[in-house]
Design a protein around this ligand. Structure first.
Ligand code: SF4
Ligand code: SF4
Length: 375
């Protein structure tokens, strides 16, 4: 199919902006994509941790034409978000966790998905061809295509960065069989900066644009199911869902104005006992349309238990003791036992002693470790 020039692109770009997207970029489909060897090596080195679906769909990831036959162009769009200022709290004293800013409000998979569908229909209406849309979860190397299309550059924190938008935006893609003129990729603007590598609290980032999910708080709090390894738990700090540190410390984000404080900002620092005591109905009612739904109730309660342990605050003991008695999930109870061990005062030990008689499996092991001070 012959290449379409600037006029058609401009119509598509205008449509994207009208739909509320803030950036729009066009990348030619190249098979394999420029960083295919890097991705394969990253996977071979085990950096994907417990996300086997990345490896499972690797052929599709490396070849968009397996996703959309005869795909020629990937249109990447970005929706900006601006974290509100954090409420002035003492998280340990007030038993508050932290949530990544992108998760505020309605789940972007839902809100962007609908708008991307509209953009895809516009592309088909005005240019013909076929389309397919993705938001985050598909077998698409979305940052690769965003960088290839000039939406921004690949930062050392592995996010796509833009001089005017930092990295506070979410990506979506429209694959199309139309051949549209590509946009030029950006040069690197990280330069000699290494702040994200230096300030990641777990050392998950290393030179060469490598993120080791096995050490990343976002992976453990969002993607991982089941128990969090003991050595990782203190490293979660106060994060119960995601982690923004490698974005917050980036100079390109620091220079952006934060948005006005809103009541919504309180959701960035949820009260941990509330999360710990949610039942399935309560979790669904609170998070059904939120990105936090991805953790499932068990994951969020597990994370809340860990962060309560990290507060080392005796005020958390009553909430943890109640969960040790009433929480249905052994995974959560095991993390609750660990948290009580972190606090380790007389009330915490009493709660552990009481629960030990009926405990089994992982919960019993965690209680024993907590009581022996080895948690
Ligand atoms: S999200 Fe947090 S833990 Fe993960 S790489 Fe960034 S700073 Fe490190
Ligand atoms: S903190 Fe520095 S090195 Fe890291 S992404 Fe931002 S500019 Fe690049």
């Amino acid at each position: 199919m012959a290449s379409r020039g600037g006029a058609l692109k401009q119509i598509i770009r205008d449509a994207a902006l009208r739909l509320g997207f803030d950036l729009c970029a066009f990348a030619p489909v190249v098979v394999p994509p420029p960083h295919a060897a890097f991705v394969q090596q990253w996977l071979a080195d085990g950096n994907a941790a417990g996300m086997p679906y990345i490896q499972r769909h690797i052929k599709r990831r490396l070849d968009p034409q397996r996703v959309l036959y005869h795909a020629r162009t990937i249109i990447s769009v970005a929706s900006r978000y601006r974290p509100p200022p954090l409420p002035p709290i003492d998280w340990q004293a007030q038993l508050r966790g932290r949530v990544a800013a992108y998760a505020l409000g309605a789940d972007y998979h839902l809100t962007m998905g609908a708008r991307l569908g509209e953009l895809a229909r516009t592309v088909e209406d005005i240019g013909g061809g076929r389309t397919r849309v993705y938001v985050d979860t598909g077998a698409i190397l979305e940052r690769e295509w965003a960088a290839a299309g000039g939406l921004g550059w690949f930062g050392k924190n592995t996010n796509i960065l833009h001089t005017g938008e930092g990295s506070w935006f979410l990506l979506g893609e429209v694959l199309t069989t139309l051949e549209l003129d590509p946009d030029a990729p950006w040069p690197d603007h990280c330069g000699t900066c290494t702040r994200c590598l230096d300030l990641c609290p777990t050392g998950a980032l290393s030179p060469g644009y490598r993120l080791d999910a096995r050490r990343c708080i976002s992976y453990w709090t969002i993607e991982h199911r089941g128990s969090i390894p003991r050595e990782m738990r203190p490293q979660l700090g106060n994060w119960v869902f995601g982690c923004d540190i490698c974005q917050e410390v980036c100079p390109w984000n620091e220079k952006l104005a934060r948005r006005e404080s809103t009541p919504e900002a309180d959701q960035l620092v949820p009260y941990l006992p509330d999360l710990l005591q949610l039942d399935e109905a309560g979790f669904a009612a609170r998070y059904q349309t939120s990105a936090l739904f991805r953790t499932r109730r068990e994951g969020l309660a597990r994370n809340a238990a860990v962060v309560l342990g990290n507060t080392r605050n005796p005020a958390a003991v009553a909430h943890l003791a109640q969960a040790l008695r009433a929480e249905p999930s052994p995974v959560v109870r095991a993390h609750v036992a660990w948290a009580l061990g972190q606090i380790g005062d007389a009330a915490a030990r009493r709660a552990l002693d009481l629960a030990r008689a009926h405990a089994q499996g992982e919960v019993a092991r965690e209680i024993d470790a907590a009581l022996s001070g080895a948690a």
